[in-house]
Design a binder for this molecule. Sequence first.
Ligand code: PMP
Length: 430
Amino acid sequence: MEIFNQLESNVRSYCRLFPTVFKTARGAVLEDREGRQYLDFLCGVGTLNYGHNNPQIKHRLLHYLESDGIIHGLDLATVAKEEFLEAFAEIILKPRQLNYKVQFPGPTGTNAVEAALKLARQITGRETVIAFSNGYHGVTLGSLATTAKASHREAAGISTTGVNFMPYDGYLGANIDTTEYLDKVLSDAGSGVSLPAAVIVETIQGAGGVNVASFEWLRSLEKVCRQHNVLLIADDIQVGCGRTGSFFSFEEVGISPDIVTISKSLSGFGLPFSLVLIKPELDQWKPGQHSGTFRGPNLAFVTAKAALDIYWQDDSLSSAVKRKGKIMQSRLEEIAKNYQSAGFSVRGRGMIQGLDCQNGDIAEEIIRQAFAKGLIMETAGAQGQVIRCLPPLTVSEEILDKGLTLLEYTVQEVMQETTSQKLVNLGAAT
Ligand code: PMP
C-alpha cells in the first residue's frame, strides 16, 4: 500500500479498511494482485447489483466502444441517450404507471440530491427542507446539510443550513409514530420550524444503519407532505435499482414521490450515473439553469440500457431478490440469536440486510477479520455498529451461503475473543 500511503490524500477511506491492491473482479468475487479472492458483499456500496464485469453488459459496452460511439459527457442528444431514455420509459416507468421527466444531474448520487433540493426550493420559494435522523444523502454542501452524521457535516468548515432534522421511523421507539410529531410541527406556527420546500427521505437508511421505515410510516409521511403542500423527495440512491426486490424501493409501499433520486446500480456496471425523476408539472427548470460538463455519461447509458433489457423485462430478478433476501435474513437471525445477550439484532428488506452488533468496535473487528478470511462487507450506523450486507442481486445461492457462513464463523471468533478479553480484564481488576 506504499504508493497509496505516500501519494494519495489522507481522506482515502475504504482502502484503509481493505488494505490490499485489487486487480480483477467477476460476479461476486474480487481478486487482489497476489491472486487472493474475496467474496464481495459490499459491491461498491451497492453499485454492482448485477455483479462485477457482468459478461452480458460488458459485451454491449465493448460493442459500443468498437463502433466509435460517443464517449464524452456533454448533454448532447446521442443515440446512446435516446436508447436509454426509451428503455427506461418502456421497461421501468410505463409498466409501473409512473410519469416522470428525467434529469441528468451529473454522475454521482450527491449530484442528483443537489439538483433535487435546488429544484424543490425553486418551485416552492421556500428555503428549508426536512431530513431525518441518521439520514445520508451525500457530502457536497447542499446534500451534506441533509446528512445527519455530525462528523460528516463538521468537515464542511461552515455551518450547514436550510435543513431541519426530524426523527425517522423508530427513532423514538417502536410505538411512537414520528410523522405525528412532524404533522404537529408543520401545523403549529409556534413550533419554530418553518414550512419546508420538501421532505427528503430514504425508505431504508443504508449508511444510517439499515433502518427500515415501515410502509405505514412512509404512507403517513406522504399524507403529511400532501396536507402541508410540501414536496416529497425519495432518495432511492442506495436501495433503488432492485435492491429491495422491486426496481424502486417505494413501489410496494404505494406512495408517489414528487421527486426521486437514483444512482449507484443504475448503470449496471459500476459506472457513475445518476438521475433525478421529476413529476412533469414540477419540471420547472429553465434551460441550462442547472449545468455541468459531465451530464451525458454515454457509456453508462449503454450499460444501463443493457441492464434494463436483461434484468427488468420480467419479474425473475425481483423474485430471486426476495428469495435470497429471506435466506440472508434468516441466516443473520440465526447468528444474532446466539448473541441476544449482547443485543444483536437483524433488519433489512430484500437484499440489504444489517446485523446490528450494538457496538462499533465489535462490528469493525468483525469486518476486519472477515476481510482476512476473504469476505468484504462494511459497517453502517452512527457508531458503525451495524454490519451491512449488500451482495450482488445475481449472486448464486452457493456463494451467498459461503459468504454468510464466513460471516458466522467470524462473528463467533470475534465474540469469543471479546468474552476472553473481558475475563482477562476482570481478572486484572480483581
Ligand atoms: N443518497 C444515498 C441514500 C446514498 O446512500 C448515497 C451514497 N452512499 C448518496 C446519496 C450519495 O451518493 P454519492 O456517494 O454517489 O455521492
